[in-house]
Design a protein. Structure first.
Length: 454
């Protein structure tokens, strides 16, 4: 009731929820009460969570915040959310996001932008919460849920977490099942939690993660007790500092924050080593070929026949065209066009195939660093703090918007776990985050190190 009341009071302004499932929440909470009374509480018994609109929730609004999925209510539940309900969590509703998870500011949502609960000192200006999991981050930051599910294809968990002083972890590719999560770029998409602190992230990820026969890319490795890693010493841990992340034009405050993080790690007994990830400079260009290519293929299913919106035309071709023209927003249309272009017969070798090769090199950079004994890598999470809604520099310049993902996309390209932890405020009083990157399936080391920063 407290959370539902908070949503009632704040959502009109923040626009973090696109659907509130109050009746369901009360019903689930009642069942949790009974479990608790009977001494049968499960790991997340009664914990109220919000769900990114990308996760299929049975009988409940699931539209990836797109017009083209109008009225879609799946008859099945995603594996990740099913895992949460099986552990006793309570669903509060569906959270706003960039349309089909394409964006870095939550401004591409069909349901309008999410407002960041944070504001700069002495400023009335509304800021973005980051994206694409902007609703998840804003809801957690504003106490509109205790934790939220999110997804990350190129930074969509880590960047919004950094913009809202929350914790976000994108686990290793294959750690969480993608079944029932609306596909954006299947080889990059991973689910993970956004929470208020590192401990909550550890508890929630343990519940979300599982091997799943319905997703052949989920991996059959034991899910450790992440919470047990918290508080363990990081003495002797080798933390790599990649020189290529000192990008041109990086604000001094971000640089200073990074140095602070390095000092914290060193003071806690970690060994700091300089490393090189030489192919970093190609990461954004490569990501913005691979991700749209996969997206254009995944989004072909929205044709006005099988799901959601249908806009009639004089024949079936015109019906497809009308439905897609009206149903997809501008950014999604842009991605489909880039994707089909780089996959087309004349350009496949020059763009898509080449991008896949560069992707292997990016992954190899990380492999070599880990082979040389590095346990985790520390970088800034974002090149700036949260920016304004409809920022005049960004709104009409998609490439500038893409630059936001400069520190996060490499992690998805390499399939590695990455985590954002709040690390302080800038001179305007806005949150900044640090990112930790780990070896495949070694989220535990990230939790251990993140606990030192927080
Ligand atoms: N901002 C990136 C994009 O627009 C990443 C999005 C994501 O991780 N879902 O593609």
């Amino acid at each position: 009731d407290a959370y539902l009341g908070a949503i009632d009071a704040a959502n009109g302004k923040l626009n973090a929820y696109v659907a509130v499932t109050a009746d369901k929440a009360r019903e689930m909470a009642k069942a949790s009460d009974q479990r608790i009374a009977a001494g049968e509480a499960r790991a997340l018994e009664g914990v109220p969570v919000g769900v990114k609109d990308l996760f299929a929730t049975e009988g409940v609004h699931t539209q990836a915040c797109s017009h083209i999925l109008d009225g879609f209510k799946p008859r099945y539940e995603s594996t990740v959310t099913a895992n949460l309900w099986n552990d006793g969590a309570v669903m509060l509703g569906k959270l706003n996001m960039d349309e089909f998870a394409m964006g870095s500011s939550n401004e591409t949502s069909y349901y309008g932008p999410v407002i960041n609960p944070w504001r700069a000192k002495d400023s009335e200006r509304d800021l973005v919460p980051g994206g694409s999991s902007g609703g998840s981050a804003a809801a957690v930051a504003a106490w509109l849920c205790a934790g939220a599910t999110a997804t990350d294809t190129g930074g969509s968990i880590r960047q919004p977490a950094a913009f809202t002083a929350t914790v976000g972890i994108k686990p290793t590719y294959g750690r969480c099942s993608r079944w029932g999560t609306v596909a954006f770029a299947s080889s990059l998409d991973q689910a993970g939690p956004i929470t208020r602190d590192v401990r909550d992230a550890a508890i929630m990820l343990k519940s979300m993660a599982s091997v799943d026969l319905k997703d052949t890319t989920s991996v059959d490795v034991p899910v450790p007790d992440y919470e047990a890693a918290l508080g363990q010493s990081i003495k002797g841990l080798k933390i790599g500092i990649p020189k290529e992340y000192r990008v041109d034009g990086m604000p001094a405050e971000i640089e200073a924050l990074w140095q602070k993080g390095i000092d914290w790690m060193r003071d806690a007994g970690a060994e700091i080593v300089d490393i090189s990830l030489p192919h970093t400079k190609y990461a954004l260009a490569t990501y913005y070929i691979v991700a749209p290519a996969e997206a254009s293929s995944n989004l072909a299913r929205y044709d006005g026949v099988r799901y959601g919106l249908r806009v009639p035309g004089k024949d079936i071709t015109e019906m497809y065209e009308n439905t897609r023209a009206e149903g997809f927003g501008r950014e999604v249309q842009r991605r489909i066009m880039i994707g089909t272009y780089v996959l087309s017969a004349g350009y496949y070798d020059a763009y898509y195939l080449r991008a896949q090769k560069v992707r292997s090199l990016i992954k190899r950079d990380f492999d070599l660093a880990f082979e040389a004994g590095v346990d985790a890598i520390l970088t800034p999470a974002t090149p700036s703090a949260a920016f304004g809604i409809a920022d005049e520099n960004l709104a009409n310049d998609p490439v500038k918007m893409y630059l936001n993902d400069i520190f996060t996309v490499t992690v998805n390209m390499a399939g590695l776990p990455g985590m954002t932890v709040p690390a302080g405020l800038d001179s305007n009083g806005l949150p900044l985050g640090l990112q930790l990157i780990g070896r495949p399936f070694d989220e535990e080391t990230l939790f251990r190190a993140a606990h030192v920063i927080e």
